[in-house]
Design a protein around this ligand. Structure first.
Ligand code: HEM
Length: 402
């Protein structure tokens, strides 16, 4: 059962991306601790009990080398790349900007943004849902939170996916020029932006009360985050806070078009919008999985996982595990909302996504606007998949409506 030869899995293979649930099922059944050498040696866990159980055991399964495939420098990253007690303090420090009242305070502006976009293109009769709606909504909200002009999403949209691609690079697999240039452009732009804000804070000038100011002023044991930590955290947020929600909006629209009876259900009953969002996240987790490293040697199903191995926790597979879900491969927006919310798409345990309420709201408003203005959305040619190996969803999604 644990033989690695039983299943050939590679994050980079076309076979995996053509049908992730089929690969996940094979791994769960035949090889629940899988070892792969591509793009560099790592293990993968795919059963819900193992993924959720490990993520809850943060004393064993560390984030100190970062959630990507490469080994980061311990202590250089924040939050998603740190363990308690530093993680606890960092999370507490910025939770204020993500608490329900802060997110609710943005609802009116996000609604205006979403409806403004949809009303701007609805008379066209056809469009590309990612570029027209899925991408600009979360990216504009990130601009609000990080204090950059909203027009600059035109720059950021070209950096986000190449930067997300880097999560699976390691060792011998050198980033391509698009990825390298995206990082460089990001560093130039945000380096200057953060320095300007730092100077304004230090001069005692009036500064916006946003997430960036919070990151620059928050104290931890009497010290502030370094410039490099803030630069790294903003980069993480730009990708984690936008690309994932873009994928959610695209994945949800795609499934509603694919399963018209489900589309009909939510058209007739708007109270199903939250269920549709959660079922989309369960069925098509926008992030297939993220990495941990083990602080101690671990043996699971007879497989030895040496200390400090990179181990990929497959959220997408946990969400399709028949041991955890009834009819896991059926897209059904009438599932119980409380039960649905236990999916692993936002992670599990202490690193559970801070942006979950925000992305749920963005997704719900996007769906509401689609139901109001594009209720008979249908495909208009083949979509293209995102290239980042760790992500699931579409880079383009051509659609029409009448
Ligand atoms: C559908 C949309 C989203 C998905 C699928 C998603 C997914 C995730 C996942 C899987 C994690 C866990 C990381 C880990 O365990 O290593 C996470 C953490 C995080 N996410 Fe999200 N995310 C989404 C939207 C957002 C948004 C909109 C923001 C912010 C504006 C955000 C900010 C964060 C932060 C700050 C963390 C780190 C929490 C910690 O380490 O304590 N995410 N997200």
């Amino acid at each position: 059962m644990t033989s690695n030869d039983a299943v050939h899995f590679s994050l980079l293979s076309e076979e995996f991306h053509a049908d992730p649930p089929a690969m996940f099922a094979a791994m769960r059944e035949r090889c629940p601790v899988h070892h792969a050498n591509e793009p560099a040696p790592h293990f993968s866990l795919t059963r819900e009990a193992d993924v959720a159980g490990s993520l809850r055991d943060d004393a064993t399964w560390s984030s100190k080398f970062g959630p990507g495939h490469a080994y980061g420098e311990p202590g250089s990253g924040v939050l998603v790349s740190s363990d308690p007690p530093a993680h606890t303090a960092e999370r507490l420090a910025i939770t204020r900007n993500f608490k329900p009242s802060a997110i609710e305070a943005m609802e009116g502006d996000i609604r205006t943004l979403v409806y403004g976009l949809v009303e701007g293109f609805k008379d066209r009769g056809r469009g590309e849902l990612i570029a027209d709606l899925g991408m600009p909504v979360p990216l504009t909200v990130m601009c609000w939170m990080l204090g950059t002009p909203a027009e600059d999403i035109e720059k950021f949209r070209n950096w986000v996916l190449p930067m997300a691609e880097a999560v699976a690079y390691v060792g011998g697999r050198r980033a391509n020029d698009t990825v390298i240039n995206a990082y460089k452009s990001y560093g130039d732009y945000f380096g200057a932006h953060i320095r300007d804000r730092m100077a304004a804070v230090e001069a005692g000038d009036d500064v916006p009360d946003d997430l960036l100011t919070r990151l620059l002023t928050v104290q931890r044991d009497g010290t502030r985050l370094t410039f490099a930590q803030v630069l790294g955290f903003c980069q993480f947020l730009l990708v984690a806070g936008s690309a994932t929600t873009t994928l959610l909006i695209g994945n949800l629209a795609k499934r509603l078009m694919e399963f018209p009876e489900q589309f009909e259900l939510v058209r007739n009953d708007r109270s199903l919008i939250p269920n549709a969002i959660e079922e989309s996240l369960r069925f098509d987790a926008p992030v297939h999985g993220l990495f941990r490293t083990n602080n101690f040697p671990v043996t699971l199903y007879g497989v030895d996982i040496p200390v400090d191995s990179k181990v990929l926790m497959m959220f997408g597979s946990a969400n399709r595990d028949p041991e955890a879900w009834d009819r896991p491969d059926e897209f059904d927006i009438t599932r119980d909302l409380g039960a649905l919310k236990r999916h692993a798409a936002f992670g599990v345990g202490i690193h559970y996504c801070l942006g979950a309420p925000l992305s749920r709201m963005e997704g719900a408003l996007a769906l509401e606007a689609i139901l109001d203005h594009l209720p008979h959305l249908r495909p208009d040619g083949p979509p293209s998949r995102v290239k980042a190996p760790i992500l699931k969803g579409f880079e383009t999604l051509p659609v029409r409506w009448d």
